[in-house]
Design a protein around this ligand. Structure first.
Ligand code: TRP
Length: 327
């Protein structure tokens, strides 16, 4: 049976970029195969952070994921640091990975270029990611486009470790990305990817008033200066959001009103706000009941971690045996 694994950073706020870019797909996939979704707190500590905030962000992320529809009956939702084997396997994978391959990763090049001193964790980030996936011997990894190169490296690591240590050759399967159907979501500025660090997000659990306060001034077609100018939906981030949240009929109507200057951008945004409400109301309701009943969250994470520790232990037994660590 196929195994699905994916991970998300505990940034605290789950925003609609994470939701449309990854989490909504996880919700659709859970239960179609054995599924593991991980809050990657060991990855998160690469950048300077406040321990009390890490605790709170991990929890807030778990709450967001459950509210978004992850169901502990159909998947294992867990925190990476609750399963210490992730770091043991990462250490082992360090020893079969050439530094040159890590230095060639686009994300490393981008991030390290912006820093004066680069810590080894940033370079080794994709090794820990490979360990996350392979610890569960997962073969399918639902992610966005930006993770494709990391996944390629995970396959190289699996292949190399298998060749070196596994007479049975395919102890670790080679994991494949399963790309999210939604195109990447830009932030409210319309020009950079929606991300917490850029501060251009809409939180999945924000109130309708908060969402409207962000949508109203959000960037649309930059060339449309007046309400009477026709717009081009294909370059408009609000139109991308309509495609994610509105019905096909509404999307067609929006495009027609935009290109004929029938609606101004604010009219269009009001319709979008309505479509978002339809999808977000049940999510907000689930979040409220989780906040009222924190034991539900604790139980979900505890049972996820317990299931994962058992599988991880089994994989590590096979790894240690093949690498000569057992008597
Ligand atoms: N690097 C991923 C991101 O930034 C998060 C992640 C960590 C992940 N481990 C993973 C994704 C394993 C998929 C599989 O989005």
């Amino acid at each position: 049976m196929a195994r699905i694994f994916s991970g998300i950073q505990p940034s605290g706020e789950l925003h609609i970029g994470n939701y449309l870019g990854a989490v909504k797909n996880w919700v659709a996939l859970q239960g179609t195969a054995e599924s593991f979704f991980c809050i990657v707190d060991y990855h998160a500590i690469i950048a300077a952070y406040e321990p009390s905030q890490l605790r709170q962000r991990r929890r807030e992320m778990a709450l967001g994921l459950l509210a978004a529809g992850l169901d502990p009956e159909r998947c294992s939702l867990f925190v990476q640091s609750d399963v210490p084997d992730h770091t043991e396997l990462a250490w082992i994978f360090n020893t079969v990975t050439p530094v040159g391959e890590l230095e060639r990763q686009t994300q490393f090049k981008d991030k390290s270029a912006r820093q004066e001193s680069v810590n080894a964790g940033l370079l080794n980030y994709p090794i820990l990611q490979a360990a996350d996936i392979l610890l569960y011997r997962a073969d399918t990894v639902p992610v966005g486009e930006d993770q494709v190169q990391h996944l390629e490296l995970s396959r190289v690591i699996a292949r190399r470790w298998n060749a070196q240590f596994a007479a049975d050759a395919d102890f670790f399967p080679e994991p494949r990305p399963l790309l999210t159907p939604t195109r990447r979501i830009m932030g409210l500025d319309g020009s950079s990817k929606m991300s917490k660090s850029t501060g251009n997000t809409i939180g999945l659990l924000e109130t309708p008033e908060e969402i409207w306060a962000k949508l109203r001034p959000a960037m649309t077609d930059p060339a449309r200066l007046r309400k009477t100018d026709p717009g081009n939906p294909d370059v408009c981030n609000i139109y991308t959001l309509h495609k994610a949240f509105s019905s096909p009929d509404t999307v067609a109507h929006v495009a027609q009103q935009c290109t004929t200057a029938g609606w101004g951008c604010v009219d269009c945004k009001k319709v979008l706000a309505g479509s978002m409400e339809t999808e977000l109301v049940p999510i907000r309701t689930r979040a409220a009941s989780l906040r009222a009943n924190p034991a539900l969250l604790d139980d979900a994470l505890a049972s996820g971690a317990e299931k994962c520790r058992a599988i991880a232990k089994e994989t590590m037994r096979g790894v240690r045996e093949r690498m000569g660590f057992t008597a």
